[in-house]
Design a protein. Structure first.
Length: 95
């Protein structure tokens, strides 16, 4: 994630973002944990996964949104906090 270093991302658990076929998922990085609701939407000449999320950051309620696309065999996108930070991310499929 462009906004935070790896030590922060892996603070509680190894940081991750996960999307499931049922359009749900979750993310966890730093002290942030959230549940995701996603949809595939048209984007220019392709498609991208757009999502909203809600959860907690150090027990405080938070929410936001984002998007992701597979580019160059990686998942790349942006995650934003409602009225807060906005960060790009790159993720690789877990082995």
């Amino acid at each position: 994630m462009e906004q935070w270093d790896q030590d922060f991302i892996d603070l509680v658990v190894p940081g991750y973002i996960a999307f499931r076929a049922d359009n749900l998922g979750e993310c966890h990085f730093g002290a942030v944990h959230g549940e995701i609701d996603s949809r595939i939407e048209p984007s220019q000449e392709t498609e991208r996964l757009e999502f909203s999320w809600e959860g907690e950051d150090e027990m405080d309620p938070i929410s936001g949104g984002g998007w992701a696309m597979i580019q160059e065999r990686q998942l790349q996108g942006r995650l934003s906090f409602h009225h807060g930070d906005n960060a790009g991310f790159t993720a690789e499929k877990a082995q």
